[in-house]
Design a protein around this ligand. Sequence first.
Ligand SMILES: [Zn+2]
Ligand SMILES: [Zn+2]
Length: 588
Amino acid sequence: MQNDGNSNQGGGASRSPRRRRPRSGNRGSGNRASGPKPAPDQGVKIIPFGGMGEIGKNMFAFEYGGDILMVDGGLAFPDADMLGVDILVPKIDWLIENIDRVKGWVLTHGHEDHIGGLPYMLKQLPRKIPMYGAKLTLGLLRGKFDEFKLTEADVDLREITPDDRVRISDNFTVDFFRMTHSIPDNSGLIIHTPIGKIVHSGDFKLDYHPADGKTSHLAKIAAAGAEGVLLLLSDSTNGERPGFTPSERDVMMAVDDLVARAPGRVIVTTFSSHVHRIQNFIRVAERHGRRVAVEGRSMVKGTMIAQELGYLVTEQPIMSMDQVAEMKSDRVLIITTGSQGQPMAALSRLASGTHRKVELQPDDTIIMSSNPIPGNEEAVNRVINQLYDRGVKVLYPPKYKVHASGHGSQEELKLILDLARPKYFIPWHGEPRHQVNHAWLAESMPRPPEKIVIPQNGDILEVRQDDLKVVGQIEGGVIYIDSMGRSTDEIGEPIIRDRQTLSSEGVVVIMAVAGAKPVAEIIVRGVAGADEALRNEIQRMTVDALKRGKSENKRLNDIRDDIFYPVRRHLRKITGRTPLIVPTVIEG
Ligand SMILES: [Zn+2]
Ligand SMILES: [Zn+2]
């Protein structure tokens, strides 16, 4: 009953999730968190920098008695209309303002949506913060250092195990607890504060057969629940999905079955960070007498880091693509990047026949051990069609059970809710549909939380022993990064708006030379309904403005405005469009 979109929010009014409408802009309500230290008897402030209403850029600040504890620092991938933007990271002005009070930074695991933003942030921080993460998490973070010209001297990384207790400050002690997910060394957190325990689930699914055999430490959540949990923050990604999420072992068995029947090469694609699955693919290959090669920059790098740190075990060394070329096709299994249809990734190049070393053969089998992330459906679809065109076998979910989510479904979410039995609950790590469904699940429990709040990114929440509520906002927001050129090119919203206008409306470039004999050159590109007559008219308007400017002795900037506004009006009248207009006026 909790899964259909029609069920009402159930429960008493006090327990309905507070879904707050998005605000325009990021102006706070005057209740800024920076400034004087709060008195120690206040509640714990919680600020989500991201991860609310989205799956991406997860990052929290917890604040109590003048101390700040940070959790994660992720990136997000852009919407389709953010043209040319490759990644988004949270703005950290608040963090920089309050840096002296930050006592520690805790990392739950090594996925991009939890650590991918850190290299950008670390470069901006005025001082080093002790940063706690498990071995693989720190290894993956260090793997980014080169690209960002960071060195060990710029950071204070402290390795923990996913079962450690770390005293961050007088006000914060963190108990890590292992949670199974799609990457090893993943943990949830029990944050002990003077006013109670906050349980942060981390990303999780409850996998009883993970590749490394290490299951979730549910006993720690149960113990916290028995003692009393003030607040639970829990992963909402699959809040709409009934039942249980399949185990990584189920995926391995499905792939094993397909590899057993494959006549030629097997090419499998998944995320390079999906170490559990890659380990299982290697086991499958070994069982069937196939050697493993990895292909694609991030896959080569990811598997190298995981191997060096002991998270990937192979009987024989992983091969390069050059070595593969010499092997019999039914002795080879290639693990490659490109599961999201990224045009430059290895799978796309194989599909389009532009890979430098490998050409697909009719007896090749391609297994896509992934689902498209929302927004990538079209790109993935294109690659799949290209693969069909090449006549190879291409196998993907849901027909083949070759992928499983890394996030728990409703039955798993309920188990966490039941073990933790929190007084207050914040469904986190999800889009609104996932968060609200997670809230409904919580309300359906025999002992539901007293209050559930779904905040917005940038909200300041306060949890006290008697309430949980939003008390203000920080000056939040995101930084757009265009990483195609250099890895740290930050771009502003005006650039994105210009790109959107360019792509949908076209561009009119006006080059005008002011002076005794005014000249104007007009270039129109991509403007529907524009013809020679329109171009001539714009040229005439420009020359007129130049002549008027000359006779009235106007400044060049004013002449430019005299061209811009009438041309824009005219274009709109004739074509019904508002293309990007780029007027340049120079002295003749
Ligand atoms: Zn994750
Ligand atoms: Zn995540």
